[in-house]
Design a protein around this ligand. Structure first.
Ligand code: NAI
Ligand code: A1CAB
Length: 271
């Protein structure tokens, strides 16, 4: 099965909030026909209504893919709507944080191919990164199909152990929020140094976006790129002495941040 089969047999999206919309936007931009998409969501957004996809309509009996993008806490209410598609040719892909593959096998049938994925919201502009792992019934073809689908909205990496998903969630699933907060903080700090709010925000956004693009494109490591900015005894050195402090700078703060998110992912499994 490939993306043409997805267009032919249909894609069902269970839950289309922030993450579901980010991915759907990427697929529609990439050419997936709206007529091939069925969304189940009790509260469809204006954006979703305007896309022209089927919303809360009769579902195809055997779609190529069901993408599950509801909150982990809503899973029990939401899964019965798609349970009849289990144990057939449909591939289930869940992006829910915390919810383990075993929970989907219980709800959708032990023979169902299931891929657990952790994407992130830059998928909306084709710049996401998604980690995936399949259950024993997910064939090589199923994994390739999941990778094809998710590659349409950014990079895909495969995990070999479901236990890695909590750490992945702490780094890249939640990570965009850390970076957005860094933009907010840089802009606020610029204001504190006398810049107008709009200018401070423009400088902060462009700096984070440009540094990210350079980090991705350059041959050098991020550490070397940092050194390239840092003139001896110059301004960057003065700033980094605060930011890189091992006691109260970014290293312990980021370690605690990622740990807290990963711990929460572990807790969600047990909720
Ligand atoms: N927002 C993010 O950055 C990321 C979110 N995720 C995961 O994606 C999933 C969705 O998260 P968000 O999109 O942020 O949440 P959200 O709250 O924006 O979207 C959830 C959607 O599910 C719908 N919904 C509620 N009950 C339903 C039901 N019974 N049947 C069908 N739809 C139902 C809601 O109306 C809403 O539109 C979560 O499991 C989360 O862990 C994963 C990676 C990143
Ligand atoms: O905050 C959350 O629980 C979800 C999972 C990763 C990003 N957002």
């Amino acid at each position: 099965m490939d993306m043409q089969d997805v267009a032919r047999n249909g894609l069902v999206l269970l839950g289309c909030g922030k993450m579901g919309s980010a991915m759907l936007q990427g697929w529609l931009n990439g050419g997936l026909p709206t007529a091939s998409v069925w969304v189940i969501d009790p509260n469809p957004s204006d954006w979703l209504r305007a896309t022209g996809v089927h919303i809360n309509a009769d579902l195809p009996e055997s779609p190529a893919i069901v993408l599950i993008a509801v909150k982990p806490q809503m899973m029990g209410d939401a899964l019965p709507a798609i349970a009849a598609m289990g144990n057939g040719g449909t591939l289930f892909v869940s992006v829910a944080a915390g919810t383990p593959i075993a929970a989907f096998e219980d709800a959708l049938g032990a023979q169902s191919p299931i891929v657990r994925a952790m994407p992130n919201t830059p998928a909306a502009v084709g710049r996401g990164i998604t980690a995936i792992i399949g259950n024993t019934h997910a064939s090589a073809g199923d994994m390739d199909l999941a990778e094809d689908l998710l590659s349409a909205v950014g990079q895909v990496v495969r995990l070999d152990d479901e236990g890695q998903m909590d750490a992945v969630t702490g780094v890249s699933g939640s990570g965009p929020a850390y970076v957005f907060h860094m933009i907010e903080c840089m802009a606020r700090a610029g204001e504190a140094q006398g810049l107008a709010p709009d200018l401070a925000m423009q400088l902060a956004k462009a700096t984070v976006a440009g540094a990210g693009a350079l980090a991705e494109a350059a041959e050098e490591t991020p550490a070397q790129l940092r050194v390239n900015v840092t003139s001896p005894n110059g301004t960057t050195q003065a700033g980094l002495e605060v930011l890189m402090n091992e006691t109260d700078g970014l290293p312990p703060l980021m370690e605690n941040t990622v740990r807290a998110a990963a711990d929460r992912s572990r807790e969600l499994r047990d909720d």
